[in-house]
Ligand binder design. Structure first.
Ligand code: TXA
Ligand code: MG
Length: 325
């Protein structure tokens, strides 16, 4: 663990430091320093074609780093930043962010709403590249302790900002088109809120929708396994598909756990109630991670109806990617 000044000094030297954000902890390095970007990829074991999100202090800080912003840009930023939303924008041909974006001609920008993190960026006056602070493929950390256990020995330190408020990564919006926004990764903020905010600012002509099919390939990270525990997590359609003659852990909502009589061989990992999705999101990654602490022969996720709200979709998205059929 390190203090604010230590964290800033280490980043200035080109080292990498885990930083708290309101979504998940990020593994930060100064985005314009090639050596720092290289250290981020190395510490995570991240595939070299998977670009890093860049974090900025405020709206003015972003502008010199991007080629173009859409007409609705000010309205969008006004409504959702600082906050759990990231924006994909075109990158100028010549850019100091080239190494951070791993060959893309775009950059995903975010203004986090976490006072310690904002203070770090403000003092450095440079964008901070920060993917989630986990070994590539594993769950994102939502506490400083989770980062310490996973990456502590491979990074300069962790700035402890307490548990993350949301617990799920930011919503990623593709803002490269002038009258259409595509949601590339679901998160706490969804299309209804975005449409309402834009309409209020006079942009009722902008369509907002979730990425479908090939549009999802816009995010290089979506082709890699993510959010997975070490134990293989099998996805089953119903509580009755969990075997009663195998020692296993089962990841279920409170409601689904109550829907069956269970044998002693099944250890419950209760995700919380479907009626309190913010709480489910906040603790989701700790619950997935905890599957590795039970000494069982198998782990199951009973596929749930998380609903159509933005958080419901985000929770379903992470659980489906963490598990396999
Ligand atoms: O909440 C968050 O967004 C957290 C915190 C730390 O800010 N960050 C985060 O970063 O989740 P990461 O690297 O774990 O996920 C970023 C995703 C990856 O799937 C990556 O492929 C995609 O965003 N991405 C980054 N830059 C991109 C770009 N220029 N074009 C398309 N996809 C991009
Ligand atoms: Mg990640």
């Amino acid at each position: 663990m390190m203090g604010l000044k230590q964290a800033i000094d280490a980043l200035r030297r080109g080292e990498v430091v885990a930083l708290p954000t309101e979504t998940v902890y990020g593994l930060g390095g100064v985005a314009t320093k090639d050596a720092a970007v290289e250290r981020i990829f190395a510490a995570k074991g991240r595939p070299r074609d998977n670009p890093l999100i860049c974090h900025f202090f405020d709206a003015e800080h972003i502008l010199p780093f991007v080629k173009d912003v859409p007409p609705y840009w000010d309205a969008l930023l006004q409504a959702f930043s600082p906050g759990p939303v990231s924006y994909r924008l075109p990158l100028p041909q010549e850019s100091t962010l080239r190494p951070a974006v791993a060959g893309q001609s775009t950059v995903v920008c975010r203004i986090p709403n976490q006072p310690l993190c904002l203070e770090v960026i403000r003092q450095l006056q440079q964008p901070i590249a920060a993917p989630s602070a986990n070994t590539s493929g594993r769950v994102s950390p939502t506490t400083a302790e989770m980062v310490e256990v996973d990456l502590g020995h491979r990074i300069a330190g962790v700035l402890d900002g307490g548990p993350c408020l949301y617990g799920l990564e930011s919503t990623i919006l593709d803002c490269c088109e002038s009258s259409r926004i595509t949601i590339l990764r679901p998160g706490a903020v969804g299309p209804d809120e975005i449409v309402a905010a834009l309409k209020q600012a006079g942009f009722s002509n902008v369509s907002v929708s979730y990425a479908e099919g090939t549009q999802q390939a816009v995010v290089p990270g979506s082709k890699y396994r993510h959010y997975a525990p070490e134990q293989t997590l099998l996805r089953v359609p119903s509580v009755h598909d969990v075997p009663d003659d195998v020692s296993c852990a089962v990841l279920v909502s409170q409601e689904s756990w109550a829907a069956r009589a269970w044998p002693d061989s099944v250890v419950p990992v209760i995700l919380g109630s479907r009626s309190d999705l913010p709480a489910v999101a906040r603790e989701l990654y700790q619950h997935i991670k905890s599957l590795d602490e039970h000494h069982v022969d198998a782990a199951y996720y009973v596929e749930e109806e998380w609903g159509d709200s933005s958080l419901g979709r985000a929770i379903a998205n992470r659980l489906n990617r963490a598990s396999e059929l």
